[in-house]
Design a protein around this ligand. Sequence first.
Ligand code: G6P
Length: 367
Amino acid sequence: ASIDKGNYRHFMLKEIHEQPIVVAQTLGSYLRAVEEQVALPAMDADLSRISRVVIVACGTASYVGLIGKYWIERFARIPVEVDVASEFRYRDPVLDPSMLGIVVSQSGETADTLAALRHMKSAGLTTAGIVNVPSSSMAREVDLLLPTHAGPEIGVASTKAFTCQLAVMASLATMLARLRGLLSAADEAEIVRHLGEAPAAINAALAHDADIEAIGRRIMGARDVLYLGRGADYPLAMEGALKLKEISYIHAEGYAAGEMKHGPIALIDEHVPLIVIAPSGPWFEKTISNMHEAAARGAQVILISDARGIADAGEGPIATIEMPEVHPLIAPIVYSVPVQLLAYHVAVAKGTDVDQPRNLAKSVTVE
Ligand code: G6P
């Protein structure tokens, strides 16, 4: 069947709005609601015995890998390294068959990621793939296929595939934790409940579309935009910056909030919007103190947090985007929505070709 934009102006906007449904669809095949457990497709290899994990991907999918590192290390206590695929093979990484190699790819055809997968297999690793296109090369070649059910993604800038990849990564991290005996049934049930809340929370985030559009108009004239986050929200800051660059052609960088004072703070003046991703939770206070450092230097701070966080943050932001209060585990999934919508609305305000940005391809099948 051919795919159209329905009532949406762009595929990207349609795909952003599909996220409550496709994340629910994806989670539906990984969560057993009645048993309150996660479930993975059957496989031969024994995932309880892996010594290390290496995650390889390109672009937006590589940020899923970085968020996965936070989750897998925290819950399953397995060391994780993450590489962009174009670096992985050529740096001669130290690999052995006790490792699990994971590729993350919407298309399943990105040349560098596919080459990295083949390199892992030739080194004897057990391989898994978080892949959206079930008929793709990567889907066929991995030992363990962990499908996302995002449906076809047309917009060149990935949105719904990203949040579905995160949903699978969170399920995988939970499963690895259980297999290593690090998760009680009660803790697993709690994680399953929180993951199950993600689609409704995404829906609540989407309700702020109009506010985000207004903020987009305020920052569309910027030459540079900085994004800050901490913990698992730090890679989301990088994803936010990538989205903005890709479709609005504004230079943007995502930084670990605590690292700002080691460089990017030199860029800050009243012309630089600073997007601060700070859900209330374990890292909140520290991120907010970094926000105040930037606000004191004139940065136009846009704070994305929940009602409690916005209240606790005090003076500083010129605008806030209020998210529902969510468990830290699902925050990167839910906070993807305002980050995507902000890039989208800035691009629309600037009049760029949102679905087909210049020089970019949906699937890069050459190295
Ligand atoms: C291209 C797309 C990005 C995507 C990346 C990886 O650069 O424009 O949106 O993140 O490829 O693609 P994959 O299909 O492997 O996820």
